[in-house]
Design a protein around this ligand. Structure first.
Ligand SMILES: [Zn+2]
Ligand SMILES: [Zn+2]
Length: 325
């Protein structure tokens, strides 16, 4: 199983911006300290030795994560499995078009965590949805999923109506606790605390497991809360976790905002015996440096609370990251 992150930013897509790019360039030039590079490959090799925040960016597209199974679909189909349709769906669609061209029919299985704008805004810009012969199966535990998607493509807010999407689009209503099979994966849903509810998903295939749990606030002081989520995350190979805030923010000014923190992510994954934790749904106001700090804090907490058990690998997800499970 391979996981590919197309959009990792929370609430609103953001771009790096000219001033931030310039600041990176200045720091890179200072770090290079007059070094001469023979060619582009030499420069690339040096950049690879520098901190992530200096040479790259976590990226700015909103939530979209692709899950790819190792084995090809036994039915010979061209199936894709995705979580959410944030603005990251647009580059994903472009990559599919580049790979197959418009001819080959594709089947996209998409699990929606909820219907907030940052999780559905990519659909009107998803080129494969306009191509007849393609198929979209949209799984949601929210009964209003179809209504929400039609609404975001209605005048006066958007010029192209939902009916212009040429692909066959079907909606599958999910119920928490009932497992479904999609693109060769077993998928179960769990309701999460968030404005209007959100749902986390656990995917199982080929002896691997992935939990996608975004836009979810945790009240670990409430009886059963930690145990409940630890059971859902149990021994997962990867947990993609809403780590939008620091713990201080999450328990004070931003309590009830429906999001969680890096610290809670470490605690729940530790309790669950999960192997890896991807910090996800980054706060739009955070710079690359700030996200790197959130990551470093989580890693420090993981180290000092580690007991005899295996280490929990912690990293901040970024647009373009691929993780092999
Ligand atoms: Zn969100
Ligand atoms: Zn939300």
């Amino acid at each position: 199983m391979k996981v590919r992150f197309w959009g990792t930013r929370g609430s609103l897509p953001v771009s790096l911006g000219g001033a931030a790019l310039r600041a990176k360039l200045v720091r890179s030039l200072l770090a290079a300290d007059g070094r001469r590079f023979a060619d582009a490959a030499d420069a690339e090799a040096w950049l690879a030795t520098q901190p992530f925040g200096l040479t790259q960016t976590y990226g700015g597209n909103s939530s979209c994560v692709e899950i790819e199974r190792r084995a090809p679909d036994p039915a010979g189909g061209n199936d894709y499995l995705l979580c959410d349709m944030g603005s990251g769906l647009r580059p994903f669609g472009n990559a599919v078009m580049a790979r197959h061209g418009p001819q080959r029919p594709n089947h996209f299985h998409i699990f929606l965590s909820h219907l907030h704008w940052d999780h559905i805004m990519g659909l009107p810009f998803f080129t494969p949805a306009y191509i007849a012969g393609n198929r979209l199966s949209i799984y949601s535990a929210h009964a209003e999923a179809e209504q929400a998607l039609r609404l975001q493509q209605s005048p006066p807010c958007f010029p192209v109506p939902f009916e212009a999407l040429g692909a066959r689009i079907e909606f599958i209503q999910l119920e928490p606790g009932r497992t479904v099979t999609a693109a060769g994966c077993q998928v179960s849903a769990k309701r999460q605390l968030h404005g209007g509810d959100s749902y986390g998903y656990r995917f199982e295939a080929e002896g691997r497991s992935l939990v996608y749990s975004t836009d979810s606030e945790h009240r670990l002081e409430q009886a059963g809360e930690a145990e409940d989520f630890a059971a859902f995350f149990r021994a997962a190979d990867l947990v993609v976790f809403d780590a939008m805030y620091s713990l201080a923010d999450a328990v004070s000014v931003k309590q009830d905002w429906g999001h969680s923190s890096n610290v809670v992510g470490v605690e729940l994954c530790r309790l669950a015996g999960a192997r890896r934790l991807a910090l996800f749904h980054h706060e739009p106001i955070f710079s690359d440096e700030r996200i790197a700090e959130v990551e470093a804090d989580a890693r420090r907490l993981e180290r000092i609370t580690r007991e005899d058990g295996p280490a929990l690998e912690v990293f901040a997800a970024y647009d373009g990251l691929e993780v092999e499970l």
